[in-house]
Design a protein. Structure first.
Ligand SMILES: [Zn+2]
Length: 440
């Protein structure tokens, strides 16, 4: 039986996106005045290729020196050695990479590829969460956050605010450009997640003024100033709340319950042996000190034979028995930013917490951004490229997929990523060795 080649959405293929990323890098201004041996786009694209190939370290990437394929597939004219790469990228301001993220995202918007991610009435669910990806007692740079311990020792660390479009039914996520949580020039104070979120939403609206979002975050973000910020930028929300942190809110719900104003709702999923129990209340104050910040409250229990899971959220979307189940799924999908994004980056071959080189200024942040960019391109393959999906299904795991991909990339001269995936799918035609026959 003939094997039919799986179809690819051309503009979201690895080859098309590598080309797009490469031309995005080419339009960035080079901060260096002289001594330009390796071009900035070559240095950026080499780092991108390192994360795209999931090379375990900069040294390992440097050692392989698969220059032929780096040229044909990633468009790199000259590959820098590890020291050159670090030296070129360290002074680069990470914010210059924003247009590149935006241009890749625009490809998702083309040809309705983004549409399956729609969550509710044309809105996308956008999960935001902070994560730490580096910590050291000795290695540090100008943008490291500091924690001074009682004994005077210092821990240096890096965090970022990650953002991804998620959907409760879909495994893939679409990461947006993260907001670094860093020490800024000339300030002695640590930056924090709350400030990073503020900067993030302002830039989100600049980049995507018309996209409709429902932001979902954990209970740390369910505070009045943040809700006002979201409101100011025209963003809806589903935010976790906790009885311990939001005492006043839960007291009001309790009082409303006694007065008979709370709606109870239950859905039985007999096939799965689960009961979904809700109670909700619209238009209630978030806390005593901000009585004018009004929210809608949802409490939810998932009851199965052996366990009960309990969650609660506030949202600005008016809750009723028709939408409460869907809103709950949106609130619960928030874990995807931890599981499908940070966990994948840390444990599925991307080595997010590894030290590819820290630098003295921005290198650590620039690498984190480029890794997220490589992840964004991979997610496009996961969702839109049937060939990638077929290879993934055939090999059974991403880890094995990346391993096989690297092995081919480092061994054979290839013309495109498509050729590489086809080789992984169909198997390589190995030439039959020809032995000379000694007829004497
Ligand atoms: Zn640092």
């Amino acid at each position: 039986m003939a094997i039919v080649a799986p179809q690819v959405r051309k503009h979201l293929s690895a080859d098309a996106l590598f080309h797009l990323v490469r031309s995005g890098f080419a339009s960035l201004p080079d901060h260096r005045l002289d001594d330009i041996d390796i071009s900035l786009p070559d240095a950026l694209m080499s780092a991108f290729a390192m994360f795209s190939l999931k090379a375990p370290s900069l040294l390992a990437f440097d050692k392989e020196r698969a220059e032929g394929n780096l040229r044909t597939i990633y468009g790199i004219a000259r590959v820098p050695c590890d020291t050159q790469m670090r030296a070129i990228l360290d002074p680069l301001s990470p914010k210059v990479l924003r247009p590149v993220f935006k241009s890749v995202f625009r490809q998702w918007q083309r040809g309705k590829a983004l549409e399956p991610m729609t969550f509710l009435d044309g809105h996308y669910l956008l999960a935001l969460d902070g994560t730490e990806y580096f910590s050291s007692k000795t290695i540090h740079c100008a943008s490291c956050l500091h924690k001074v311990h009682r004994n005077g020792s210092i821990t240096y660390f890096h965090q970022l605010l990650g953002a991804a479009i998620i959907h409760p039914d879909l495994r893939a996520v679409i990461p947006l450009m993260p907001e670094p949580i860093v020490r800024h020039d000339g300030t002695a104070k640590n930056d924090c997640e709350r400030n990073a979120t503020k900067r993030f939403v302002a830039k989100l609206r600049q980049d995507h003024p018309h996209l409709k979002f429902i932001v979902t975050e954990d209970s740390l973000s369910a505070n009045a100033p943040h809700i006002e910020t979201l409101h100011e930028y025209g963003l809806h929300y589903i935010l976790g709340v906790k009885a311990g942190d939001h005492t006043y809110l839960f007291q009001q719900v309790q009082a409303a319950e006694h007065a008979g104003h709370v709606t109870a709702y239950e859905r039985h999923d007999r096939a799965a042996g689960r009961v979904h129990r809700f109670r909700f209340l619209n238009d209630v104050s978030l806390n005593a000190s901000n009585p004018d910040v009004r929210v809608n409250f949802i409490e939810y229990w998932e009851i199965s034979d052996d366990k009960v899971q309990h969650f609660s959220w506030v949202t600005d979307l008016r809750v009723n028995t028709r939408n409460v189940f869907h809103l709950m799924r949106g609130g619960r999908a928030r874990w995807k930013i931890e599981n499908e994004t940070f966990h994948t980056l840390k444990n599925q071959g991307y080595n997010f917490e590894h030290n590819y080189g820290h630098g003295e200024q921005n290198l650590s942040v620039v690498f984190a951004m480029l890794m997220m960019l490589a992840f964004l391109v991979d997610q496009a393959q996961q969702v839109c490229c049937a060939l990638f999906q077929a290879v993934w299904a055939k090999l059974g795991s991403k880890r094995l997929l990346w391993e096989r991909m690297r092995a081919l990339f480092y061994t054979y001269a290839l013309v495109s990523m498509r050729q590489l995936f086809e080789a992984l799918f169909y198997g390589l035609q190995k030439p039959t060795p020809v032995f000379g026959v000694d007829s004497t």
